[in-house]
Design a protein around this ligand. Structure first.
Ligand SMILES: Nc1nc2c(ncn2[C@@H]2O[C@H](COP(=O)(O)OP(=O)(O)OP(=O)(O)O)[C@@H](O)[C@H]2O)c(=O)[nH]1
Length: 412
């Protein structure tokens, strides 16, 4: 079940309130709570049972014209995004110094999408671990506060050696913010070491360099850092760089996943079967088994109920396979053909497949209550190559079809 978060919106313009309400309601994560003035917001905030994930506020309200709403929100420790009609540099600085998350002018309709993006980002950041490597306690704490303001989970270390140990210990750390001048292993050496290890390829690294040391920024980037910041930096720039680099990395992961996943079923696609299967095949020192599964008479399902129902069936079958074979390399080989590969012996593979086929026979799929069966070929005897195993399993699959379908033929 999705946990929904309340977002307090304080805005005197009915149109803006409507737009923000619409945009927030489009996400299943957020529930907008709308207020037209300061007094109404205060009343909502005083209802003790209510806690707010964030607030979006207009600076000039009819009953509080000088941004008093910001202090009210920040006093309650609620992350605050300010929307305003006029851009003023001094005001912007004073708001950012107070600790507002962002300051956005209502100069186009994109401004409202920007506000929602900030709130969504805040939500996403909750699960993201960031490592801060910095020997100066003051500087480290300052960076920690800035990151926590954006809901990141912050881990602190005092030097490069500790950073390496922490990154080994906690592989889910997504970002490293590192100073250069640190004892034992300095920032530049740390980045070089990390980038030589393919495991840390996706780690986002932002180097911190002292003012005037331009060669260091270049060295950081050359060593493989994604970005750098010159100290002292202003927190608006810090947040932008952190978020932009993180989003670029997220996009990369998304593209990589799209390239390896079958969009219909969510299983791995044929390309990643060969990539990952080859690797597992060569690495494995124990028995491996490979199964090719083909839905029986699938063409007649398409012909009778249409392609959309056929697609729905393939999606459901994908989920069944995922549930029945956790930890397996499971892929949609093409059309209505699937492939399973794992480090198990032929007998175990056979038994698991038997259980799966039995369960499938008892099920009915879609509103049309369609029954499904699979023909399966299994290869579990040692072969010279991964491709060789696929060929053998494919051969047994066709044998299963020839023998009347709905059965397993294997070499065990
Ligand atoms: N809906 C849908 N159908 C697909 C997709 N990919 C392949 N098919 C259909 O799968 C059917 C496969 O038909 P056949 O190769 O004749 O096999 P079959 O009807 O399952 O018969 P047997 O394999 O001999 O039991 C064809 O009708 C394809 O159009 C897809 O992504 N979606």
């Amino acid at each position: 079940m999705v946990v929904q978060h309340k977002i307090l919106v304080v805005e005197d313009s009915a149109v803006v309130l409507k737009v923000l309400n619409h945009l927030l309601s489009q996400s299943s994560l957020f529930v907008p709570v709308l207020c037209e003035c300061y007094a109404e917001a205060m009343e909502k905030l005083n209802q003790v049972e209510d806690s707010y994930f964030a607030a979006i506020v207009d600076l000039n309200l009819p009953d509080a014209e000088n941004g008093e709403i910001v202090d009210l929100i920040l006093d309650k420790n609620i992350p605050c995004v300010v929307l305003t009609g006029n851009f003023d540099d001094n005001l912007r600085l004073s708001l950012l110094n107070k600790g507002v998350l962002d300051y956005i002018t209502k100069d186009s309709r994109y401004s409202f999408n920007h506000v929602i993006k900030v709130i969504e980002r805040l939500h996403k950041n909750q699960g993201i671990k960031v490592l801060v490597a910095e020997d100066s306690l003051t500087s480290r704490r300052f960076i920690k506060i800035l990151l926590e303001q954006y809901h990141f989970h912050v881990i602190e270390v005092e030097n490069g050696q500790e950073a390496l140990a922490k990154l080994e210990e906690e592989p889910e750390i997504r970002m490293l913010i590192t100073d250069h001048n640190m004892p034992l292993v300095n920032g530049y050496e740390l980045v070089r070491m990390l980038r030589q290890n393919t495991r840390f390829q996706d780690l986002v690294i932002v180097g911190l360099s002292a003012e005037g040391d331009s060669s260091l920024s270049a060295k950081f980037i050359k060593a493989g850092a994604n970005d750098f910041l010159k100290k002292p930096f202003y927190h608006e720039e810090f947040h932008c760089r952190v978020i932009h680099n993180l989003e670029a990395q997220e996009m990369l992961v998304k593209i990589r996943n799209l390239a390896s996943v079958d969009s219909l079923t969510g299983l791995k696609n044929r390309r990643s079967l060969f990539d990952e299967g080859e690797r597992l095949f060569h690495r494995s020192s124990q028995a491996v088994s490979l199964a090719m599964l083909d839905l029986d008479h699938f063409k007649s399902i398409n012909d009778t109920y249409g392609h959309l129902v056929g697609d729905e069936i393939l999606k459901m079958v994908g989920r069944e396979i995922q549930d029945a074979f956790p930890g397996f390399l499971s892929c949609r080989f093409g059309g209505e053909e699937f492939c399973l590969f794992a480090e198990i012996n032929g007998e175990t593979m056979h038994n698991l497949l038997e259980t799966f086929l039995t369960r499938l026979r008892c099920k009915e799929f879609t509103d049309a209550k369609i029954s499904l069966t699979f023909s399966v070929g299994v290869c579990s005897q040692p072969k010279a190559s991964f491709e060789g195993m696929i060929k053998v399993a494919d051969h047994f699959l066709y044998e299963a079809k020839r023998l009347g379908r709905d059965q397993i033929v294997s070499d065990k």
